[in-house]
Ligand binder design. Structure first.
Ligand code: FAD
Length: 435
């Protein structure tokens, strides 16, 4: 009989330290086989040079080499449908338990249910843990038991429930000697999984005290080099622990930065409670809006050729780097939904394809916010003026000049719509739909 092992399944928690489920596995009675599965159900929908796949692959190789060189172990990497991979593992090892961290997205919930059923049929426990948030599911709800759909009371309750114990660090490194003692576990190159290296790279995050302390002075200005933390992809793929980041906010006494991390959890619990919002307006009457949905206008928006320089700068930044500053995300999203009357779902899916920090809950939540259809959304008649946004947030036009260097020349496209006319049109269409 093969020797007994537990499996730890890495997914969106790609780090060896301060990882809740990983620690639980390591503290158990059996050596731990760490695995990662490149899920073909997800991969098959992505472009072959997807930058996030490159990032995940590089990160896994780094973790694998640390485990090989420092711990006499490794990380097994597979490609396929998770159930098929698990069936193979059950044939190869005497599996005593499978450990993993929670994932709240609709597809992940369904996938995990199937894996749990498979394991249960084989009398194997599937042990799952909260890791990527401080509070999940029903942990912060109203006194009447309903979820919060407005941010501020959610944030207040979140803080009421919070105490320092929740950010204690899970010291996995003390237990890494409990990993399986095999250095030759399966590995895959990027081309083995059908991908190639992307030219777009995830930048390091920056949570230096100087940045966090000045966050509210710098965070609204896209031209600022170090104006925001760039934590997005790192929180998304778990290359950093959220507990450590909350701790930073507290140590540096920055409530505003802390609140941003709570926005992330707010949208996560919204997605958990209302998975229908992935495709439906949170406020149903907003699905009565008659979108214009002009393909050729959508193309201009995607390419950053709308003739509105801050909108174009944002879209070009996104296309070239996989990142766009939050202020500009708000503007380009509003412009698409309101000036062009293109369905927020089109914009959401374009962002999903391009953003390195793409997170279903935050993306859907923020797009619905911009369209006016979501939780805690701004009233629909508040329409960003793309010119005023320049004066407020890029007064020296440094950001614009970086991404749209030709904006002062005759080669730059004319405005694709007139701001006033588009505004009036939007107000009419929205009013007809939602009253
Ligand atoms: P910082 O300003 O340094 O903030 C730190 C962290 O707080 C972020 O990394 C993020 O985890 C969280 N955060 C900040 N603002 C928000 C917010 N409004 N909603 C939720 N979490 C927030 N963020 C994503 O992580 N993934 C997305 O797919 C995403 N799509 C968006 C789509 C639109 C239309 C808009 C307007 C915003 C979107 N955001 C999304 C939120 C926000 O723009 C990014 O989190 C932020 O720009 C990432 O940069 P940063 O890490 O430097 O942020």
């Amino acid at each position: 009989m093969n020797s007994k092992v537990s499996i730890f399944w890495f997914r969106r928690d790609l780090r060896l330290e301060d990882n809740v489920g990983f620690l639980e596995a390591l503290k158990g009675d059996f050596p731990v086989l760490p695995i990662f599965i490149f899920d073909t159900e997800i991969l098959d929908k992505l472009p072959k040079d997807d930058a996030r796949v490159t990032f995940i692959h590089q990160r896994l190789q780094k973790m694998r080499s640390i485990l090989q060189n420092e711990w006499g172990s490794s990380l097994a990497i597979y490609r396929g449908i998770p159930e098929t991979i698990f069936k193979g593992l059950l044939g190869e090892y005497n599996v005593q338990g499978v450990y993993t961290n929670h994932d709240y997205e609709p597809y992940a919930k369904e996938r995990d249910k199937r894996i749990q059923e498979l394991l249960e049929k084989n009398d194997i426990g599937f042990k799952t843990f909260k890791d990527q948030v401080i509070f999940e599911k029903n942990e912060v709800i109203k006194d009447d038991g309903n979820p919060y759909v407005v941010y501020t009371p959610y944030m207040k309750k979140w803080k009421e429930r919070f105490n320092a114990d929740l950010i204690k660090i899970h010291d996995t490194l003390l237990y890494l000697q409990n990993l399986i003692g095999q250095t030759e576990l399966p590995n895959l190159s990027l081309s083995d999984i059908g991908f190639q290296t992307s030219s777009i790279k995830v930048v390091d995050y920056n949570v230096a005290p100087s940045l966090i302390q000045r966050y509210e002075d710098t965070r609204n200005y896209p031209a600022e080099e170090n104006g925001t933390s760039r934590l997005g992809p790192h929180l998304r793929f778990g290359t950093v622990s959220v507990r450590k980041m909350i701790k930073k906010a507290i140590v540096e006494k920055n409530e505003i930065f802390w609140n941003e991390l709570i926005w992330r959890e707010f949208f996560m619990q919204i997605l958990w409670h209302y998975p229908r919002t992935v495709t439906e307006a949170f406020k149903p009457k907003y699905d009565r809006i008659v979108w214009r949905n002009k393909e050729e206008e959508f193309e201009k928006w995607k390419k950053g050729e709308t003739g509105y320089k801050l909108v174009d700068a944002g879209m070009r930044e996104l296309n070239e780097t996989g990142y766009m500053h939050n202020r500009v995300r708000m503007l380009v999203a509003s412009f698409l939904c309101k000036h062009l009357l293109i369905d927020w779902r089109w914009g959401e899916s374009y962002f999903a394809e391009k953003l390195l920090d793409y997170e279903m809950s935050s993306n859907v939540g923020n797009w619905q916010w911009a369209a006016g259809s979501g939780v805690d959304a701004a009233p629909y008649f508040r329409i960003f003026n793309p010119m005023t946004q320049v004066t407020k947030f890029d007064p020296g036009e440094k950001y614009i000049s970086k991404w749209v260097p030709e904006h002062t020349t005759s080669t730059y496209p004319l405005k694709m719509v007139d701001h006033r006319e588009a505004r009036e049109r939007c107000l009419k269409v929205y009013k007809d739909a939602v009253g």
